[in-house]
Design a protein around this ligand. Structure first.
Ligand SMILES: Nc1ncnc2c1ncn2[C@@H]1O[C@H](COP(=O)(O)OP(=O)(O)OP(=O)(O)O)[C@@H](O)[C@H]1O
Length: 466
C-alpha cells in the first residue's frame, strides 16, 4: 500500500470516531482529519500542512515547550495511549477539550498519532452565565480530575474553603457520569438533628411518629439511580455518622416506621470545608467513615490560587446577574479586585460584583464603585455606627469609605437611616433577609447573596419565628 493509500484508509478509520479526530505525523503536522473535525474547525489546507500546536493553540512550538503537557510526547515515550486536558482555540472561542492520543505506525514503520478531541461541555473557558468557569492551570487540573472520576462510580470527597465551587464541582461530576439523566440530590448536612437526619434521608411512613400525617420519600430514595451529594459532611454529629456508614456499606436503608429495609442505588459525592483528617485525629469524625467517603479526594483551588481566572469570572458573574445589561469593569477596577485576598472565594467575588451593580452610576463600573463595594460590609459599618453611638469606637472596622463618602451615595444615606433607627444587628439581619426574600423568590439564591448556606438561612428565618 502506498503512503497515500494508507492515509486514505486512515481517513476512514478517523471517520469511525464520533468526535473530531486527526492524524498527526512525528513532526507535529496534521495530515488527515475526519468529517467531525472538518465540520467543527474547518477542513485542512492540503497545500499547507499545519502544525497541531499552531492549529489548536496558536503556538509556534510544541505544547511542552509552552509549559503544557504534550500528549504526543507522552505517547511517543511510552508507546501507549495518553490523555490530557487542553484548552483549544475553536471558531466558538476557547474550549476545554479532552485529548486522547494513540500511537500508530504505517507500513514503513513510521510513527503517527491519532488524536481524538472530546469537547468538555460541563465547564467553560469563555464567559457564560451558568457553568463552572476557568482557564487557569489549577482550574484545568480540577476539570481533568472531574472528567476522569466522573465516568466511574467511585466515591468522591470534595475539599475546599467556602465558596470555592464544591457544589458546582459535584454537579459537574454528576453530569459527566452515566447517571446524568437521573436525579442529583443534595443533602445539606449542617444542622441535621437526630430526627431530621433519619426522616430527611430515609423518609418516614405515615403514622411513624406524632405529626407524620403522610408517608414521605427520603432523599436517598429520591436519588435512586443518580447522585447523592452530602454537603458539609464534616458537620454530621459523631453519633449520627454510624448511620451514614451503615447506609454506605450496606446500600440499604429503612424508612422511619417501616419494618422492611429498601435498596439504595446512588453514587456518593461528599463535600467539606473542614480538615477531616484532623477531626479523625481528635476523635470527632469516624475513621472508617472517612475512608469510605474519601476514596477519591479532590481539593478545590482557592480563588487566590487561580487569580488569572478573575477577569473571566467577573465577566461571567456580570452575565449571570444582569444578563441584559452591557456591564463591564474598567481596567483600574479590575486591578483593584485582583489585589483582594478573597477569603470567601468566588462567592465573595460574586457578592462584591452584585454590590457594584447596585451602586454603579452607568454601565462601566469604575474603581470607586469597586472600592465602595469592597468596603460596604453592612454589618461592620452598622456595627461601627452602633459602637460610636455607645461611645465605644475602638472596634476594628473596615473604614475605607468614611461617613462623608457614604452619605454621597444612596446606600450611604440608607445606612445612615438604619443607624438612626437603632436596630440591633439581629433585627438588621432579619430585615435584610426578608428584603432579599421579597426581591428574589428563590431561597437558594438568597442564601447565596447573603453568603450563607441554605440551611443556615432556614435556621436564621426559623429563629425569628420562634
Ligand atoms: N468555577 C466557577 N465558575 C463560576 N462560578 C462559580 C465557580 N465556582 C463557584 N462559582 C459560584 O460561586 C458560588 C459558590 O459556589 P458553591 O456553592 O459551589 O461553593 P461551595 O464551595 O459549595 O461553598 P460552601 O462550602 O460555602 O457551600 C456559587 O454562586 C457558584 O455558582
Amino acid at each position: 500500500m502506498t503512503n497515500a493509500n494508507w492515509l486514505e484508509t486512515m481517513r476512514t478509520v478517523l471517520d469511525s470516531y464520533n468526535d473530531p479526530a486527526v492524524l498527526v505525523d512525528a513532526d507535529y503536522n496534521v495530515v488527515v482529519s475526519n468529517s467531525h473535525y472538518d465540520f467543527r474547525f474547518g477542513g485542512l489546507d492540503d497545500n499547507r500542512p499545519a502544525k497541531c500546536y499552531f492549529l489548536s493553540h496558536g503556538y509556534n512550538r510544541p505544547c511542552d515547550l509552552e509549559g503544557e503537557t504534550c500528549p504526543m510526547h507522552e505517547a511517543r515515550e511510552t508507546g501507549k495511549r495518553a490523555s490530557v486536558l487542553h484548552i483549544h482555540n475553536t471558531p466558538q472561542g476557547k474550549e476545554h477539550v479532552g485529548i486522547e492520543t494513540i500511537p500508530i505506525v504505517d507500513e514503513a514503520q513510521r510513527t503517527y498519532f491519532i488524536e481524538v478531541m472530546k469537547p468538555i461541555l460541563e465547564v467553560s473557558a469563555e464567559p457564560i452565565a451558568n457553568k463552572m468557569i476557568g482557564r487557569s492551570k489549577a482550574f484545568n487540573r480540577l476539570v481533568d480530575l472531574i472528567q476522569r472520576v466522573g465516568k466511574t462510580n467511585t466515591n468522591v470527597l470534595l475539599m475546599g474553603a467556602s465558596g470555592t465551587g464544591k457544589e458546582l464541582a459535584a454537579q459537574a461530576i454528576h453530569s459527566v457520569s452515566s447517571r446524568a439523566s437521573k436525579p442529583f440530590v443534595t443533602v445539606e448536612c449542617s444542622g441535621l438533628t437526630d430526627t431530621l437526619f433519619e426522616s430527611e434521608l430515609f423518609g418516614h411512613m405515615k403514622g411513624a411518629f406524632t405529626g407524620a400525617t403522610y408517608t414521605r420519600t427520603g432523599l436517598v430514595q429520591s436519588a435512586h439511580g443518580g447522585t447523592l451529594f452530602l454537603d458539609e459532611v464534616g458537620d454530621i454529629p459523631l453519633h449520627l455518622q454510624v448511620k451514614l456508614l451503615r447506609l454506605i456499606e450496606t446500600k440499604t436503608f429503612r424508612p422511619v416506621g417501616d419494618s422492611k429495609p429498601a435498596a439504595a442505588d446512588f453514587r456518593l459525592v461528599c463535600a467539606t470545608h473542614k480538615d477531616l483528617i484532623s477531626m479523625v485525629e481528635r476523635g470527632e469524625f469516624r475513621e472508617d467513615l472517612y475512608h469510605r467517603i474519601s476514596t477519591f479526594p479532590i481539593r478545590l483551588p482557592a480563588l487566590s490560587e487561580r487569580r488569572e481566572d478573575l477577569p473571566l469570572l467577573v465577566k461571567s458573574i456580570l452575565l449571570r446577574i444582569a444578563e441584559n445589561l452591557p456591564l463591564s469593569l474598567t481596567e483600574e477596577a479590575l486591578a483593584l479586585l485582583c489585589e483582594q485576598a478573597f477569603k470567601g472565594n468566588i462567592r465573595e467575588l460574586k457578592n462584591i460584583i452584585e454590590r457594584a451593580i447596585v451602586l454603579r452610576n452607568d454601565d462601566q463600573i469604575d474603581v470607586d464603585i469597586i472600592r465602595q463595594s469592597l468596603n460596604l460590609l453592612p454589618v461592620q459599618n452598622i456595627a461601627a455606627s452602633g459602637e460610636q453611638r455607645d461611645g465605644n469606637a475602638n472596634g476594628s472596622v473596615n473604614s475605607g469609605v468614611d461617613a462623608a463618602d457614604m452619605s454621597k451615595t444612596s446606600s450611604g444615606a440608607f445606612f445612615q437611616h438604619l443607624a438612626e433607627q437603632k436596630l440591633t444587628l439581629e433585627q438588621l439581619e432579619q430585615a435584610y433577609l426578608h428584603a432579599l426574600l421579597q426581591t428574589y423568590p428563590d431561597k437558594a439564591h438568597v442564601a447565596d447573596i447573603a453568603g450563607c448556606s441554605l440551611r443556615t438561612l432556614y435556621r436564621k428565618l426559623d429563629r425569628n419565628s420562634e
